[in-house]
Write a protein that binds this ligand. Structure first.
Ligand SMILES: N[C@@H](CCC(=O)N[C@@H](CS)C(=O)NCC(=O)O)C(=O)O
Length: 207
């Protein structure tokens, strides 16, 4: 029987993207809930998994030798993609795969990263700087309308890691988007949110 990957995390964007990727790749996994509210991520039991004290993290004991530990959400997404060739990335290197990388990194670096930075600045009471970054993040996200103008998914005809990166941040700012001006993004969003693997991934930490 396949040894399930152990996924540590909680209900945050980084953790949900990891869970969605594992679900979409049909990789067996077992969830360990880490309660950030009570500081569980800073206790020795969890620091033994990820010394950085952050979630998500996965531990894969199915390989020969020492268990593989990954503690970057994007590395987990790529690991899941590699376990299911052709499902989350075009199977061969070439233009289609390059486009999937391009769109994935657009969401990671131009939307998610400034969104996280804005959140951090707000927590530090730097409201003006936070607002600037927040507006920059929303403006970048709005430009993604062009990616889905003629394609069902962010990188073309097939679901990919780019859709995983795009989905959680779009959900997060859902109520702040002017959807009547983003008809293609809205169609894409409805399609992705109804995918069974996405629905399961979103619920991964809710039990
Ligand atoms: N670069 C990491 C960031 C992980 C991260 O920021 N995790 C947050 C939750 S989404 C966390 O653990 N925060 C608690 C802390 O930093 O103390 C990734 O993409 O996985």
């Amino acid at each position: 029987m396949e040894t399930p990957i152990e996924l540590y995390g909680t209900q945050t964007g980084n953790c949900l993207r990891a869970a969605i990727a594992l679900e979409e790749a049909a990789v067996a996994y077992k969830v360990h809930h880490v309660d950030l509210g009570t500081g569980e991520h800073r206790r020795p039991a969890y620091l033994a998994v990820n010394p950085a004290g952050q979630v998500p993290a996965i531990v894969d004991r199915s390989n020969v030798g020492a268990p593989l530990v990954l503690s970057q959400s994007n590395a987990i997404i790529f690991y899941a993609a590699a376990r299911a060739p052709g499902r989350l990335l075009p199977e061969n290197e070439g233009p289609e795969r390059a486009i999937a990388y391009e769109r994935f990194f657009f969401f990671v670096t131009d939307v998610i990263a400034p969104g996280h930075a804005a959140f951090f600045l707000r927590s530090q009471h730097a409201a003006d700087a936070s607002r600037l970054l927040d507006e920059r993040m929303l403006a970048a996200l709005r430009t993604a309308e062009r990616y889905v103008l003629q394609s069902p998914f962010m990188a073309g005809d097939n679901f990919s890691i780019a859709d995983i990166a795009a989905f959680t941040i779009t959900s997060f700012v859902n109520s702040r988007l002017q959807w009547d001006q983003l008809p293609n993004l809205e169609r894409w969003f409805r399609t992705v949110e109804s995918r069974p693997a996405v629905v399961r991934g979103l619920r991964a930490f809710s039990h």
